[in-house]
Design a protein around this ligand. Structure first.
Ligand SMILES: *Cc1c(COP(=O)(O)O)cnc(C)c1O
Length: 394
């Protein structure tokens, strides 16, 4: 056994001096304050004159707890800068608002988180932003979708819920050749497994609610990229107001410390479960990029050292069997979301597309009966035995 720990996920560590904070506190304190004070009119004038570095003014423009979490995320992403938001959707919608304009065209690649598509159809359309879906990363499909032009190419990598992994490098080249930007939502991988900026993306987005914070106890979002672009987003955030609260920033910062360990373990367990499910007679199909049967296995192996804690599968018994399985399982909770320490399971269309029904979900590309399983930190054997028993009951 090699004594070297896996190199995949550890960010370059911060220096010793950066690990000491106000009053020599080891941990960055929670600055639970809306405003910061000035000792005098002269101090205020110096602040406005830009003479006072490292001072704060009003919470909507920044807070030291938020800054500490942003610095950690930037290290994890290998980014010049990161900006945190009140939720993943605040990050997605703010980036769309920043990079698009009336008549500008957004191209969404393949499947994506439902509300990312909804924000374009229900909100941006009202402001004259046009959008198209590209069926796949094949040049013909991209070319077809971009016939009316393209300002922004948006890809979720891996995608929700069948975990497709397009080649980010090629997408970046394709976008650059057309004067467009590439934004990658890498929520499902987390920066422990995938750093889109290294492959040429202009921005990496996250719902930090998921793996980054990792404990199902905070809502947060993030955008990382070149300083100039992130600074522009920060200026816009001061107007839109979707800032992360100090308490949430603290929880996120704490969660990110164990990101690499959690995701490594969740990836190991998920791969074992995917293999187990693949061999189960009740299972028709397993979607997990770590399996050689997955259409993007080769790309995923090139981009990622492991394949993450989220998997999905379809049952031979269809939607009725999926409903029964969700009820039969004893360990994973039935709850929306993923990426926490507790395993979570859902019949995806019933959880995320209840208003559209199974047919409406299918029209959006979500197979009726598809089960999405987020692997937590429980032992593999416990999760496997639970699945074996549950599958035996359907
Ligand atoms: C959850 C999620 C979002 C939205 O994030 P919230 O924190 O719930 O607002 C966006 N993209 C992906 C891929 C997600 O899984």
């Amino acid at each position: 056994m090699s004594p070297t720990p896996p190199s995949s996920a550890q960010p370059p560590s911060e220096g010793r001096s950066e690990r000491s904070h106000e009053r020599r506190s080891l941990i960055p304190p929670i600055f639970q304050t809306a405003s910061f004070t000035f000792g005098s009119a002269a101090e205020l004038a110096a602040f406005h004159g830009g003479e006072e570095d490292g001072t704060y003014f009003y919470g909507r423009y920044g807070n030291p707890t938020q800054a500490a979490a942003e610095a950690r995320l930037a290290r994890l992403e290998g980014a010049e800068a990161s900006l945190l938001y009140a939720s993943g959707m605040a990050a997605v919608s703010s980036v769309f608002l920043a990079l698009l304009a009336p008549e500008a065209r957004l191209l969404i690649l393949g499947e994506s988180y439902r509300h990312t598509r909804d924000v374009t159809e229900k909100l941006l359309a009202r402001y004259g932003v046009r959008y198209a879906l590209a069926e796949s990363e094949a040049p013909a499909a991209l070319g077809e979708a971009a016939r009316g032009g393209v300002r922004l190419l948006f890809a979720e990598v891996p995608s929700n819920p069948t975990l497709r992994v397009p080649d980010i490098g090629r997408l970046a080249e394709w976008a650059r050749a057309r004067g467009a930007r590439l934004v990658v939502d890498a929520t499902i991988a987390s920066p422990a497994l995938l750093r889109p900026l290294e492959h040429g993306a202009d921005l990496a987005l996250h719902s930090a609610t998921k793996y980054l914070s990792g404990h199902n106890d905070v809502l947060a979002g993030a955008a990382s990229g070149p300083r100039e672009l992130v600074d522009a987003l920060r200026e816009q955030q001061a107007l839109l107001g979707g800032i992360l609260a100090p308490q949430s920033a603290f929880l996120l910062d704490r969660g990110m410390k164990t990101l690499a360990l959690r995701v490594e373990r969740q990836s190991q367990t998920a791969l074992c479960l995917a293999e187990f499910l693949g061999g189960s007679p009740q299972v028709a199909r397993v979607h997990y990029p770590g399996l050689s049967s997955h259409p993007d296995h080769a790309t995923a192996r090139r981009l990622m050292p492991a394949f993450g804690g989220l998997l999905s599968f379809e049952l031979r018994g269809g939607p009725a069997a999926a409903d029964r399985l969700v009820d039969a399982l004893r360990v994973p909770v039935l709850a929306p979301g993923f990426g926490g320490t507790e395993s979570q399971v859902e019949h995806h269309a019933r959880m995320a597309y209840a208003d559209l029904g199974l047919e409406g979900a299918q029209a959006r590309g979500v197979a009726p009966g598809l089960i999405r399983y987020s692997v937590g930190l429980e032992d593999f054997e416990v999760l496997r035995d639970d699945l074996r028993e549950g599958l035996g009951k359907i």
